[in-house]
Design a protein around this ligand. Structure first.
Ligand code: IMP
Ligand code: MG
Length: 186
């Protein structure tokens, strides 16, 4: 069997197709281009989950932006958040006085982004917005977290694909799907 088909067999179903992603990412890029007219935002990719979304999104933004990367961990390899957030790789550049946009794969409890937002504001960013590919609002534990841009609201299920993983797998699926619970043993 083709190896990609093998990965798709681990899904219960696809919930967002590659065509829908392309359309939404393009629209978001246009929106950010409008909202940041005359500015040069710093786009911050939260590794590794947002990497694919990030690379598509920045090419849809018609502004002289700059990029930086950060890796944080709140999950380990499980499918439920631990509530503990650690910086594994920090930004390379100073963000003092900059217009920063955090690009994240998914907002779940909101604990990770809430923490990140606090530290980036402390460092003196002049503005800070959040762009998330996916939002699982049903699971939010930080109710006042403001997610400025969201591509898709999704149900409370563990999803993989288009950058999102389970134990580092499935990131290369072009679509987003619900991982079958038999894979993570629930
Ligand atoms: P939060 O702190 O609970 O909002 O967790 C957000 C992080 O958990 C995301 O950046 C993802 O890395 C991970 N995560 C949450 N839900 C999923 C999912 O359904 N699939 C893959 N990763 C997820
Ligand atoms: Mg992540």
């Amino acid at each position: 069997m083709e190896r990609t088909a093998e990965m798709y067999q681990d899904l219960d179903r696809v919930i967002v197709t590659r065509e829908e992603i392309t359309r939404k990412v393009r629209k978001l890029g246009e929106q950010i281009t409008k909202d940041y007219k005359g500015k040069e935002p710093v786009m911050v990719c939260i590794l590794k989950g947002a990497a694919i979304f990030f690379s598509d999104l920045i090419r849809e933004i018609a502004l002289p932006l700059s990029t930086d990367f950060m890796a944080i961990s709140s999950y380990g390899s499980a499918t439920k958040t631990s509530g503990v957030v650690r910086i594994l790789k920090d930004l390379d550049n100073d963000i003092l006085g900059k217009d920063v946009i955090i690009v994240e794969d998914i907002v779940d409890t909101g604990i990770t982004l809430n923490y990140l937002q606090k530290i980036l504001i402390q460092r003196g960013a002049s503005s800070l917005k959040i762009a998330a590919l996916l939002d699982k609002t049903a699971r939010r534990k930080v109710p006042d977290l403001k997610v400025d841009y969201v591509c898709f609201d999704i149900p409370d299920a563990f999803v993989v694909g288009y950058g999102l993983d389970y134990n580092q797998k499935y990131r290369n699926l072009p679509d987003i799907g619900i991982l079958s619970p038999r894979i993570y043993g629930e």
